[in-house]
Design a protein around this ligand. Sequence first.
Ligand code: PLP
Length: 366
Amino acid sequence: MLGCCDSIPSFIRTIAPYLPGKPVSELAREMGLNPQHIVKLASNENPSGPSPKALEAIQAALPEITRYPDGNAFDLKAALHKRFSIPTESILLGNGSNEILEMIAQVFLRPGDEAIYSQHAFAVYPLAVQARGATGIEVPAKNYGHDLEGMLTAITQHTKVIFVANPNNPTGTWHTHEAIEAFLHSVPSRIIVVLDEAYEEYLNDTQRSPSLHWYERFPNLIITRTFSKAYGLAGLRVGYGVMHPEIAGWINRIRIPFNVSLLAQIAAIAALDDEVYLTHSRKLNQEGYAQLTQGIIGLSRTLIPSFGNFFCVEVGDAKAVNQGLLHQGIIVRPVANYGLPNHLRVSVGTHDENQRFLDALKVALQ
Ligand SMILES: *Cc1c(COP(=O)(O)O)cnc(C)c1O
């Protein structure tokens, strides 16, 4: 090992790198497949392609990319204010909501501090916690979802941050906003609660979360949302956090000056305004989820009921089944690193992609 790396602290050395979904180009190279014939259902991306309004806005803005973006993202914050009636001082923008999670960890966690999250929760939480030398406390899941009672019980004097993913990725489990609200009432106000709502837009009207306005009652609450999933802009990297203005002010001090790119800001503004696309995305997801559920039942397999644009299906030897799928040009996500060695996580695709997956799964299970 390089001598200059000796001083890297052990909490960095022991980090297991994040395992992203396999890129289409990589599988095409490995298997000698035509990329056009590969189906990627591995990263919970929107299968509809980007919103036409977003595409148009990006095309019009292309000549401007010689300039730095607006570091304070005035127009995007104004658009979020218009859409959700949240004051712009409460909004923090990130290079994906992932960066917001990282910034929260950077500001609130030190060695000796504890952060609580659930078993089978989003892999970025343990990564962000460990990178600050803080201690992650993983609370055993209940029916694959967050055991909110158990998470309250895990609070100690060292607890600084609690991460809650609702719906959760990769299990797709979800708690009603009444349950989340009761949980928030029980958490001491000195502890930051991060409510990660990356899939909120996929919930139906009766399930939608009123959480964007909760920070007034719960000043220790940070909501994170993203343009990567239902808004279809994963490749551009843009997400937002909503929180008490004082917290936004502190976190803004460590934010990289131009963390959200010019095209990302412009596309996000256009996507926010594209109700047709959002409604279509939600509908396509509902239909695809029903199609996939039916198909899985037909193969005598079970899945964990999901509230997102993905689900985990029980397949036995997931490693072997995943290989079988890859050979047929289908990319899904193994979730052994999430403590689910017998499941594969599958993102809901278009009707044709879903059918290709089901046909391939049938073969891979034999
Ligand atoms: C996808 C995802 C995110 C982050 O996505 P970004 O692309 O970084 O905005 C955050 N939380 C959960 C639970 C996710 O699944």
